[in-house]
Design a binder for this molecule. Sequence first.
Ligand code: PAF
Length: 296
Amino acid sequence: MGFPLRLMNTVFSVEDLRAVVADWRRAGETIAFVPTMGNLHEGHISLLRRACELATRTVVSIFVNPIQFGRGEDYARYPSTLEDDKQKLQAAGLDLLFVPNLDQLYPGGMEEDTRVTVPVLSTILCGQFRPGHFSGVATVVSKLLLNVQPDVALFGEKDYQQVLVIKQMAHDLLMPVKILGQPIVRDPDGLAMSSRNAYLNAQERSCAPLIFQSLTRAAEKLQQRSASLIAIETAGMAELAAAGFRPEYFSVRRVHDLSPPQAGDSSLQILVAAWLGPARLIDNLRVDLQVPLATA
Ligand code: PAF
């Protein structure tokens, strides 16, 4: 049986995290960071693999961040699988796991804590249906980046809007870190990997790949110009609703800022959020048009 070359260290306090990072910096190491909420799957591990290629040291955090969940959302039942996660991280060659508790990240409590809010981008699509969500994400990611002090931080593009929010936050706050989005990892039937897929029963799980199929069909229609943008969005919503989903949006947007497409655009992102039973699923697909849009 092979043993990992490096032993993973786990720290629970910000103070211990800073001490390890300071030692690495003195030794001239570079740091790549993957923030997570745990319940790790192949999507997270692919981020860590890429992180190992990009820096000499890798840090993963596991923290289920209450302030990014709305009232009635799944904060209380979010799956916690720490021992299993640790084994996966050790096997993938992680150097440092940071597992803070609430007091470490919110020492003054959460009510009057300072918040980081990225305007405009945080209010559309998922932000419209989950008010305060992206401010919760931007706040916790700021705290993590300030203390891990990575050269690069990696995020999965299943949460495409989240990646753009964090990129804008890092840019606007002059954070000396490169934010990288990484491709979605899918199950063989096309379903984007997500911790929330575990909420689906067998019947819902068999239906769930329809999300990716509907995105793929919409992409084909866009490429062939066989329908208007509005017709493509409406058909996507209808297809999901007919199959028992409760879709929140099915939307074609510009790649860089998720604003509505304009004439001349050729880089588009189709994004979807839909409930299936107890799970809120999101997914997205990029389309690079061979011929730019003539009209919006
Ligand atoms: O994508 C996630 O898992 C979370 O939103 C993140 C980035 C770890 C912040 O809590």
